[in-house]
Design a binder for this molecule. Structure first.
Ligand code: NAD
Ligand code: DAU
Length: 334
């Protein structure tokens, strides 16, 4: 089987490529990525020379480029990770999020409709459901929870989900959607909470916690997200939505304190809250467990230790990122 993975030079996409090549050596992967600030070819170095892997630099919103790729490569499955993924950047510049996350998916869906596809899988997020109150631990997002996006990022992801379902109904494109909670693990760009805190602690910089650090996220080790997507694209029902999460809720303050404890260093600085900051995310993953037998295999305590170890062992990877363009953005933010 030939799997076209968009956004494969980013955090989750690259981990998915490693997972697929190891688990299904009979399959081949074509990675399409625009290499924005978040895409890093160095991450894919270990697979670049594999005969089962091919990299193509292209924008998912570039219709001509995408049609040419579909025509020449004839993929069996498309898994769309490509996106502008950072909420704070979407508050700074919403337009780019619409171009990639909405127009880009329309181009991909049209390509699937015109050239034919076995499955188009959209990698979505729990953020499309909006947020839950902090004082109602009994409430969880199910696949039936109404879409209620808060940020330009989540509104763009919700639009992509709606387009995916519309192409399924109107044009009979065989689709599936997964909505996952917060991922962490190797190769995550150091603008996101966990890698940013590790990098800052190691660089003797303050750890910027928004507001009082009371907001809650539901953390999942990235390899568990990859195993869930692998099951959905092979055994998931066409047209279905699957929530993915590990029942690992933590306040941001708890996460940052765990990192400080594990590293034995780091100083918290409470900073201005994010505009429209979602209070709590919590996924009910019972459907994917019941229908596909999926369960996460890494507990948070183990996953966070493995992640910290990875950032300690791969300082060159993230130190190179922290210089240059990212640095300019970082200086504007704090
Ligand atoms: P990321 O920012 O690390 O990677 C995104 C990748 O997409 C980069 O390699 C980038 O170069 C590429 N890209 C961006 N615009 C593109 C375009 N126009 N054409 C082609 N490639 C483009 O993101 P991530 O954290 O790996 O997230 C991957 C996907 O998973 C996203 O769709 C995101 O919404 C979703 N998701 C992320 C999380 C999370 O916790 N990180 C959780 C649930 C869902
Ligand atoms: O829930 C899934 C989503 O998780 C994905 O769809 C997004 O692509 C991904 O970026 C992530 O979104 P969040 O906004 O939850 O992740 P982020 O790492 O930006 O922030 C996590 C929490 O930590 C959030 O409550 C904001 C807070 N935070 C973040 C940063 C960067 C801080 O307190 N300080 C910070 O410096």
């Amino acid at each position: 089987m030939k799997i076209l993975v968009t956004g494969g030079a980013g955090f989750i996409g690259s981990n998915f490529i490693f997972y697929e090549l190891a688990k299904h050596p009979e399959d081949s992967i074509i990675c399409v990525d625009l290499l924005t600030y978040a895409g890093n070819l160095e991450t894919l170095e270990s697979v670049m020379s594999s005969p089962a892997f091919k990299f193509i630099k292209a924008d998912i919103a570039d219709q001509q480029a995408i049609y040419t790729i579909f025509e020449s490569e004839k993929p069996d499955i498309v898994v769309n990770f490509a996106a502008e993924s950072h909420v704070d950047r979407s508050i700074e510049n919403p337009a780019l999020f619409l171009t990639t996350n909405v127009m880009g998916i329309q181009v991909l869906l049209d390509a699937c409709r015109i050239f034919g596809i076995g499955r188009f899988h959209q990698v979505s997020t729990d953020e499309v459901y909006g947020d839950l109150p902090l004082d109602r631990p009994d409430l969880l997002f199910t696949e039936e929870t109404q879409i209620h996006a808060s940020s330009p990022y989540s509104a763009s992801k919700a639009s992509a989900d709606l387009l995916t379902l519309a192409y399924s109904r109107t044009f009979k494109v065989p689709v599936s959607i997964s909505r996952c909670s917060n991922n962490y693990g190797p190769y995550q760009f150091p603008e996101k909470l966990i890698p940013l805190m590790i990098a800052n602690a190691l660089n003797n910089k303050p750890l910027p916690v928004y507001g009082k650090g009371e907001n809650v996220r539901d953390w999942l080790y990235v390899e568990d997200h990859c195993s869930a997507i692998d099951l959905i694209i092979r055994h998931g029902k066409e047209g279905d939505i699957y929530n993915i999460g590990g029942n690992n809720e933590r306040t941001n303050l708890e996460v940052v304190q765990t990192i400080i404890h594990e590293l034995g260093r780091g100083r918290i600085e409470f900073v201005k809250d994010r505009a429209g900051h979602d209070l709590r995310y919590a996924i009910d993953p019972s459907k994917i467990h019941r229908d596909l037998g999926w369960l996460p295999s890494t507990a948070f305590d183990e996953g966070i230790r493995m992640t910290i170890r990875w950032y300690l062992d791969n300082k060159a990877w993230w130190q190179r990122i922290i210089s240059g363009e990212y640095q300019k953005y970082y200086e504007r933010m704090y």
